[in-house]
Design a protein around this ligand. Sequence first.
Ligand code: SIN
Length: 543
Amino acid sequence: MAVTSDFLVIGSGIAGLSFALKVAGSGTVNVVTKKERSDTNTNLAQGGIAAVLGDDDSLDLHVSDTLASGDGLCHEDVVRLVVEEGPPRIRELIELGVQFTAEENDAGKLQLGREGGHSRRRIIHAQDMTGRAVEKALLARAAESPNIVFYENHLAIDLITQTKLLRRGAVTTVSSERCWGAYVLDKATGKVKTFLARVVLLCTGGSGKVYLYTNNPDVATGDGVAAGYRAGALVTNMEFVQFHPTCLFHPKVKNFLISEAVRGEGARLIDARGRAFMAEYHPLKDLAFRDVVARAIDAEMKKTGDDCVFLDITHRDPDFVRNRFPNIHAACLELGIDITREPIPVVPAAHYQCGGLATDQNGRTNLRYLYAVGEVAFTGLHGANRLASNSLLEAVVYAHRAAMAAKEDLVRRMKKNWPEVPDWDPLGAEDSDEAIVVAHNWDEIRRLMWNYVGIVRSTSRLKKARRRIQMISEEIEEYYWNYTITSDLVELRNICAVAGIIIDSALARKESRGLHYTLDFQEKDERLAHDTVVSLASRPAAA
Ligand code: SIN
């Protein structure tokens, strides 16, 4: 028996929760989330939300900073829309109970932080735990709504679309492709359930786990992009993977970020000998755009053979550092690093997927009734390199726009009967006693992507990676259809699909621009200032 609702939200970060709260007055909402509801990338966001609130700031300045960071690929109409709609969405978050940090001497004024590429202080934050503050407030509001039901430890496997139903004989006509819901693995029972909805929102976040080193949580396995791609959604600009320059380098910690806000408050990058090197790479030094800083660190590490560089904020007043960055200070201290007295060892790591499922300005994908918002989506805002703290901003602005559009879609689709959807067919699959195959492929993909498809790329490495991914993909498909589905297997299939899309997109871009840097085409080519679009029907020519 299918689980039905008006809206199905897949993911429980800022995008999903904001959307759910806005549509819950119009219908029932099922929120499917693959771990506990607060296990999201949002929850880990340290820096904050960029929005024009300062007296010395303007919408035009935020727009021009975003365009400069995006290196010629931002869609200017989208940038303007997001920047303009940011301040009202921030006010809504405050009304929902998010406690942003105020100025010390003026409780009525929000304290504005600074990050790389921003010409003004405009980062609204909750100390260095902004995401946690947002997630907590939105979850508290969602818990008060009788129309919102959470399904924790439920992992969406694949979308249910008209064509799929047609193939299995459940519907008889297909005019244009549309989405009806998803098959979802209940991780507690191992059973696959059918979730049907009149409107489906994918907000599953990004795909940092495609890479060996990432500051993303374990949930970031590209599930939304992979499922959308398999269902026929268009995927755009996946070659632009953002590597955050400063992740903590420590054997006991696998994914702890040292926020860019630390550099915003004056921290400098130095090498093991104490040399500050950023002036050699960009006039903005430590606050240059993220792609520049990550490449500079990569070059320094390759040049010196060192395992990491260091971030030094010891010149600032220790009380200031402890108050402004309590989370980073405490986490480092637990590992024996007192950041008020010694530099922090850091390395770049995969952080943010700038591409994703292509949407219009209301978050609609090319599959009717399927929306995508947040990191999983490509709206045109980020271009070739996302400006720091523009992602939570994009998520709240688009969650609002998508909610308005989805409510109209609901009215339109109300009249339709639910289709007869066949239960998930396990095709006689049996339990596997070869979990090692899954573990091995996980490791191989992530290592391959880090070594061959990382901060600095080349055509020959990309081609090698593509050949290997193709072989692993065939192995996984065989495994997938012969053995009982597990969450590890579903995630492995997804990271493999996303890895393949990143490689193909990277091969198609024969220039260096923003986050995509290749030794074979080291310059930007203005004739190539357009998006890379990939779909199941047509992978880009990548020879
Ligand atoms: C950070 O705090 O450095 C991350 C902010 C972002 O990625 O936008």
